[in-house]
Design a protein around this ligand. Structure first.
Ligand SMILES: [Zn+2]
Length: 198
């Protein structure tokens, strides 16, 4: 049963981050939380100074996830209106409900910030442990809600998913998006929905 962790009792600096992107999506500026962001997106060990000037796409895992970010960025640039979307940035022992806000800046730049909405403690989820040996099996993890796709194509809460194990090893994780989250974001984006005929 998840338990509330008071927000005030924890170090939020590695969760609440912001960065600024150029019109062609290169990183212009980051705050000190960047290394936490890189870590949660499977690109650990990046010094904030070494990311300046690089495409943000180098730090976002998963083709579908990048496609969603691209659509959000396009939407914010074309409408000049800020957008917020909910996502989760869990650690093994915590559910972290986050909010991502993308704001338009002059000359096609974007200001992007993630903020912590709520964190809940839980029994550690092995699948999210870094540095453990993995088999060649893959499971798809939704980057937004952290549901895991089961062998029969159902998306289950990560706490409840029986992931495949070969020789006792955990599978590798690939970052994707589940149909629920895709539908939510597509409806937010309206005309930029996947079926749009442009
Ligand atoms: Zn999802």
């Amino acid at each position: 049963m998840p338990t509330d962790i008071p927000k005030s009792s924890v170090d939020r600096s590695h969760l609440e981050i912001s960065y600024r992107l150029s019109p062609d999506d290169c990183v212009l500026e980051v705050d000190p939380g960047w290394s936490g962001f890189a870590q949660s997106n499977s690109a650990p060990g990046l010094d904030p100074n070494s990311v300046i000037g690089r495409p943000v796409w180098d730090f976002i895992s998963g083709v579908e996830v990048r496609a969603i970010y691209q659509r959000l960025f396009d939407e914010v640039r074309s409408t000049q209106k800020a957008r917020s979307v909910a996502f989760r940035c869990d650690s093994p022992g915590e559910i972290r409900n986050m909010s991502l806000t993308i704001e338009p800046l002059p000359f096609g730049q974007l200001a992007i910030a993630s903020s912590l909405v709520e964190r809940l403690g839980r029994e550690p989820v092995e699948l999210l442990e870094a540095g453990t040996a993995r088999s060649d099996e893959m499971v798809s993890l939704c980057s937004w809600c952290k549901r895991v796709e089961s062998a029969d194509g159902e998306w289950l809460e990560i706490e409840q998913s029986p992931w495949p194990r070969s020789e006792g090893l955990l599978p590798r994780v690939s970052h994707g998006i589940c149909p629920n989250c895709e539908g939510t974001i597509a409806s937010e984006l309206g005309h930029l929905a996947p079926d749009s005929s442009d």
